[in-house]
Design a binder for this molecule. Sequence first.
Ligand SMILES: Cc1cc2nc3c(=O)[nH]c(=O)nc-3n(C[C@H](O)[C@H](O)[C@H](O)COP(=O)(O)O)c2cc1C
Length: 183
Amino acid sequence: MRRPLLLFWLSMPANCADSPGWKKKLKQIKVEAFTIGVHFMKVPEAVKSAYMAALKYRRVAFATCSKDGVPNTVPLGVGRFLDDETLIVIDNYFMKTRKNIEENPRAAVSFWVSEEKEGKVITKEGYQMKGTVTVQESGPLYDQMKAEIKAIRADFPVKAIVLMKVEEIYDVKAGPDAGKRIA
Ligand SMILES: Cc1cc2nc3c(=O)[nH]c(=O)nc-3n(C[C@H](O)[C@H](O)[C@H](O)COP(=O)(O)O)c2cc1C
């Protein structure tokens, strides 16, 4: 996870060594970049598969929070992982969710995979992911996702895509491991 550090490094002005306090600033940038770098993680394949299985049956809840601390949860039905660390959520009808993201770019998503056996609903697995979110309303990735979503549901507006960099993953399946951090 060295990319953020490299980006910060490249953005340093060439004459930074001449400016007063540059060493302190550089140290701070390094610490911030390292902090960002270590937060991101590789989401295990099993968790990614569980997400897609849960999404198929609309067993995904996406939570945001206003700057004043008012929580909000909405069901999700479309989206996918972009890569091993980034979840793409599709903003078709977000209202409070979108406002919250703009004023507080943190989100959590809980999802679970269940099946019915002998009249009982058994949850096979369930996870919670937390992370930082950014919004894209244009650009190549937005265009690609819009085309993908429109191919499934032409009536979905795809107002924006929300990219969630996963920073923490917890097990939420009822049992001894419920609530334990797994990554
Ligand atoms: C099963 C289900 C799946 C949904 N999936 C999405 C989705 O993927 N994207 C979206 O923008 N809205 C989706 N919605 C609508 C939102 O959950 C919600 O109604 C909308 O974000 C407005 O709520 P808010 O003001 O709390 O954001 C879905 C609704 C249901 C019932």
